[in-house]
Design a protein around this ligand. Structure first.
Ligand SMILES: [Zn+2]
Length: 250
């Protein structure tokens, strides 16, 4: 019998974070750029509405690429519209960057700490009946020693929220892959663009069950016609089915 899901972990897509999630069969994982509530609140609400969730654990982390992007835009006044298209840049502002306007920070390190506090506050406000937990400090991913095969360019995996470990779902070394997990591809489009800005060079969509197959195929088609995904990357886009694997290695 499958165990009932009673906890959510909201984490970042960063490949160094894979080992910090809990894989007890009862914890479902949601991941995006920066462990950012704003971008995946629809997914979080849907999970809360259909499960008896007692706890949401936040895994915001140090040395976060999403916070480096926020810093580049707000402190260094860098422009990225030419790289992701102005429509999507507006969306990135709306779901990620705008929430940090008016928050004081002097370094990316400090911004990562503020993010850890801010996202926990947002979760508390959105889900008053649920225990929200976070570390006193952002997750220290810089301590992680297994950081993949040492490839300079990493791949991006797009998964639906799941309780499963990543080893069975990601081909090759799991620590080479960034992971986005939300229910709808629309929610993830700004995060996909952020991942591309941060240097991801291929996209793999994962269907974790036969029921998911059609949705994931539609997601892939949606990305293929998206004007914001560079055509070179569209050619890299693949879909893998993992649901035929024996459950013990998933
Ligand atoms: Zn991050």
């Amino acid at each position: 019998m499958r165990e009932a899901i009673d906890a959510i972990e909201l984490g970042c897509m960063d490949r160094r974070e894979h080992g910090f999630f809990k894989f007890d069969g009862k914890t479902i994982h949601v991941r995006n750029a920066g462990a950012n509530f704003e971008a995946v609140k629809g997914t979080l609400r849907a999970i809360v509405n259909s499960n008896n969730i007692k706890e949401i654990r936040l895994l915001a982390h140090a040395d976060c690429g999403a916070m480096k992007l926020v810093n580049s835009v707000l402190k260094e006044k860098k422009e990225f519209s030419d790289k992701v298209g102005s429509g999507l840049m507006e969306k990135i502002n709306e779901v990620l960057i705008d929430q940090f306007r008016g928050i004081r920070f002097d370094s990316v390190e400090e911004l990562c700490r503020k993010n850890n506090e801010l996202q926990a506050e947002k979760l508390r406000a959105a889900f008053p009946g649920i225990t929200i937990t976070r570390g006193d400090e952002p997750v220290d991913v810089q301590k992680v020693t297994d950081t993949g095969s040492g490839h300079e360019h990493h791949s991006l995996y797009i998964l639906k929220p799941s309780t499963k470990t990543y080893a069975g779902m990601i081909g090759g070394n799991q620590f080479d892959a960034y992971v986005l997990q939300a229910m709808s591809i629309e929610e993830l489009k700004p995060d996909i663009a952020i991942a591309l800005l941060l240097g991801q060079r291929s996209i793999t969509l994962v269907a974790q069950s036969a029921e998911e197959f059609m949705t994931v195929r539609n997601d892939m088609n949606s990305l293929k016609v998206s004007p914001n995904i560079p055509s070179g990357l569209k050619e890299t886009m693949t879909m893998v089915k993992v649901y035929k694997l024996p459950s013990k290695i998933m």
